[in-house]
Design a protein around this ligand. Structure first.
Ligand SMILES: CC(C)(COP(=O)(O)OP(=O)(O)OC[C@H]1O[C@@H](n2cnc3c(N)ncnc32)[C@H](O)[C@@H]1OP(=O)(O)O)[C@@H](O)C(=O)NCCC(=O)NCCS
Length: 112
């Protein structure tokens, strides 16, 4: 039985390819038991192993910093829509690399 998932979807920051962590969810009765952490860590490790550089996420600013995500606005990364302050975050999978700046373009089904 699948109780949680984390997908990394191709997006672009400006012209640069990146990944967005979305969608991601855990069945309500299994939340807050570590499943979200496990699937997100697994997805990020897989992306790093495949040579991906940058992951963005639009989510709760209290949750994602535990995986290394930081406020994206610090790096000049933005969206074409209004979101709450701090909700757009970025993670560089290569700690020595500064993420690209620009507007994030999600895959077409997200409508962002
Ligand atoms: C967000 C979500 C995937 C987290 O999965 P999870 O299995 O509950 O998370 P974990 O058990 O690994 O982690 C639990 C920790 O995350 C925190 N947490 C969970 N959801 C949170 C949220 N929405 N905002 C802030 N903190 C959150 C808990 O307080 C807990 O903190 P602690 O470790 O300090 O006690 C899950 O709550 C979910 O599916 N939510 C509904 C869908 C959703 O919001 N998806 C994300 C879209 S960006």
């Amino acid at each position: 039985m699948v109780i949680g998932y984390a997908l990394l979807t191709r997006c672009h920051i400006g012209q640069e390819p990146a990944l967005c962590l979305a969608p991601c969810a855990v069945v309500p009765e299994y939340q807050r038991s570590g499943a979200g952490t496990a699937v997100i860590r697994g997805a990020l490790e897989a992306a790093r192993a495949q040579g991906e550089d940058t992951v963005v996420v639009l989510g709760h600013p209290d949750y994602y910093p535990r995986f290394g995500f930081e406020s994206a606005s610090v790096y000049g990364i933005r969206l074409s829509i209004e979101v709450p302050e701090g909700a757009l975050m970025v993670l560089s999978l290569d700690p020595g690399r500064v993420p690209p700046d620009g507007t994030v373009h999600y895959a077409q089904p997200f409508g962002i």
